[in-house]
Design a protein around this ligand. Structure first.
Ligand SMILES: NC(=O)c1ccc[n+]([C@@H]2O[C@H](COP(=O)([O-])OP(=O)(O)OC[C@H]3O[C@@H](n4cnc5c(N)ncnc54)[C@H](OP(=O)(O)O)[C@@H]3O)[C@@H](O)[C@H]2O)c1
Length: 265
């Protein structure tokens, strides 16, 4: 069995998807603070350029590279270009994701599909580009951003929680191979973090965490190398425990916690 690999700036570059906003943006800045050259990918170039400017005084460096994670060929070409022009990707944070609150009626199949396309297939497209290269080198670190929402079903989260549950199970399963290949594979399961994605939530967000703190926790987790990076720990462990309960208790408890039990429509 290979020793657990932890990426360092001396070994190569980092790559972050979903870097124009929220957790991706915060993590790019924190990695640059820790000395990494970070390739920052998202679709909105102006936002990536603002990020580059914000990082200018940091020890590391941010390089913008636009890309859509749902474009499988585009992701293969992008990773190829990054490695030719910037060097080996030693750390990848596959973070891009979207959230639509969705109900059972009217059932919006297009938004379900779009959610899985970005959250699940977007990560798969990143893995398809990275795993052959890292396996050949027997070195690399990849973290997928899922969510504590992937631990179990939640109101209005059929697409989002479903996509995150898929990511968690997928990462757990791949881990059985990657640890034999010298690749450190991790899953990031944040609780609520203050970002544009959560700004529109109209339900209670217990243990809501500031973006800077979340970004530090994620980068600390990269350095430690443990399989799951989750925070706030107390919130994550409460949810894990609730998910062990029989369904006869689970639905009522979640409805109460989220305020869903009071909904009339
Ligand atoms: N905030 C939370 O409380 C929380 C909790 C748990 C997990 N998460 C997860 O953390 C990740 C980031 O969420 P966030 O809260 O930081 O949201 P956010 O501020 O809305 O950021 C989402 C990022 O994903 C990018 N993105 C969306 N679709 C894309 C596509 N097709 N191709 C490339 N990039 C795309 C966006 O960039 P462009 O629009 O420029 O492409 C943006 O940079 C998501 O996976 C989310 O599920 C968030």
């Amino acid at each position: 069995m290979a020793a657990l690999y932890r990426a360092s700036p001396a070994d190569g570059v980092a790559w972050v998807t979903g870097a124009s906003s929220g957790i991706g943006r915060g993590t790019v800045l924190e990695l640059a603070r820790r000395g990494f050259t970070v390739i920052a990918t998202a679709r909105r170039l102006p936002d990536l350029e603002t990020l580059v400017a914000e990082a200018i005084a940091l020890p590391g460096k941010v390089i913008p590279e636009t890309g859509d994670v749902t474009d499988a060929d585009g992701m293969l070409a992008l990773v190829d270009r990054i490695e030719r022009e910037r060097g080996e990707i030693v750390l990848a944070f596959l973070n891009a994701g979207i959230y639509y609150p969705l109900r059972a009626h009217p059932f919006d199949a297009a938004s379900f599909r779009k959610t899985f396309d970005v959250n699940v297939y977007g990560a798969i497209n990143g893995l398809a580009a990275l795993l052959p290269r890292m396996s050949a080198r027997k070195r690399g670190q990849i973290a997928l951003n899922a969510s504590v929402a992937g631990y179990g079903g939640l109101p209005r989260a059929g697409a989002y929680a479903g996509s995150k549950a898929a990511l968690i199970a997928m990462t757990e399963s791949l881990k059985f191979d990657t640890y034999l290949l010298g690749i450190t594979l991790q899953v990031v399961n944040p609780g609520f973090v203050e970002t544009p994605l959560t700004a529109l939530n109209d339900h209670p967000m217990p243990f809501l965490m500031k973006l800077d703190e979340a970004s530090r926790r994620i980068c600390d987790g990269f350095q430690t190398g443990g399989f799951e990076i989750t925070f706030p720990r107390r919130f994550a462990y409460i949810l894990k425990t609730i998910n062990l309960l029989p369904y006869s208790l689970y639905f009522g408890l979640i409805a109460k916690m989220t305020g869903w039990g009071d909904k009339k429509d």
